[in-house]
Write a protein that binds this ligand. Sequence first.
Ligand code: GAR
Length: 205
Amino acid sequence: MEPRGRLVVMISGFGSNLQAILDACREGRLWAEVVLVVSNRRDAYGLIRAARAGVPTLYFPLRPYRERGLDRIAYDQDLADQIAPYRPDLIVLAGWMHILSSAFLDRFPGRVINLHPALPGMFPGRDAIRRAFEAYRRGEISCSGCMVHYVTPEVDAGPVLVQAEVPLYPEDTLERFEARMHEAEHRILVEGIRRALERLRSCEP
Ligand code: GAR
């Protein structure tokens, strides 16, 4: 049998998507294991989820770099150094709110994927769910969605692995739309990881 895919999951907050990955691994819906959870925020609830699941965690903040006058490249290089010993098959950005430069990405070519709560080309960056909701209210869009894509230095863009539409309804509140979005995200993230692992396996000699 194939060895389980080794996942490093990077988070900055609540970690509901991390939980979806942990659950899928535990229940055998995803042939993978989370070998490390990285957060750039100490108060990220996802760190507690990781600890509960018995997964090693790494808190790695940018602030000390800024305070020493070092740039993001130095941070990205050191971050890659910290992660490399875990030999990840895939690095999954699941609510990770720091833009990774080539200094990081070039260390793991074809192995970094990101979840974003909007369809390709729509609402890159922060607060995509709220911005989509407001655009719907202004009559600019009729539907939104989410995607899992390979990471490039461009923000929330890159070859798409899986995407799903998430409809908006006239009676929606932001909270209802957000809940529907997260449900879709939890589903496509697991599917995106599965597809990316399959691609890696099919490229193996
Ligand atoms: C998710 O909605 C994810 O798509 C978004 O952060 C949220 C994290 O939720 N990521 C981005 O906006 C990336 N640009 P979680 O902490 O509950 O998994």
